[in-house]
Design a protein around this ligand. Structure first.
Ligand code: FE2
Ligand code: FE2
Ligand code: FE2
Length: 167
């Protein structure tokens, strides 16, 4: 790997993290009544997204939708078969219950994402169109479902009102 390729990957990772962090900081600033600071965090987050997109484009990381679905299938699979199982074991061994729970919720949802991406790829390859259904995401654990929010989240048990619709 060339230095610049590695630097682009590091910069993409850093900009992506800064984007998420600033959006969470904006929520906190709003909750504390600092509206203008919240706006600044959201504006900077938007700019970090621009930087992240630019870096990923230069890396050639945005391909056809079929190829992108393959990347997503592989990424999710890595997370629930290798990354999170190891992280969960480690957290358990260290008695870090909050980390273990956070990893476990993500782990279970990545498995679901893997299935969703897999079937989207199958449909795409068969030339089947999408059915125009919304997705719903549990705001506690990230459980993701197509069509309708359940009364109770099957992963974390949260109530229906904790689901957010995604167009
Ligand atoms: Fe940036
Ligand atoms: Fe995922
Ligand atoms: Fe949930």
């Amino acid at each position: 790997m060339s230095d610049t390729r590695g630097n682009l990957e590091a910069a993409f990772a850093g900009e992506s993290q800064a984007n998420r962090k600033y959006l969470f900081f904006a929520e906190k600033a709003d909750a504390e009544g600092h509206q203008q600071v919240a706006r600044l965090f959201r504006a900077a987050a938007e700019a970090e997204t621009v930087h992240a997109r630019n870096h990923l484009k230069v890396l050639g990381g945005i391909k056809s939708t079929a190829d992108n679905l393959k990347v997503a299938v592989g990424g999710e699979q890595h997370e629930f078969t290798e990354m999170y199982p190891g992280f969960i074991q480690q957290a358990k061994a260290e008695g870090k219950g909050d980390a273990e729970r956070s990893f476990d919720l993500a782990n279970r949802v990545e498995q679901i994402h893997h299935g969703l991406f897999r079937s989207a790829l199958d449909s795409l390859e068969k030339g089947q169109g999408s059915e125009g259904k919304k997705f719903y995401v549990c705001q506690v654990c990230g459980y993701t479902v197509e069509g309708e929010a359940p009364d109770k989240c099957p992963v974390c048990g949260a109530a229906r009102k904790m689901f957010k619709a995604v167009e």
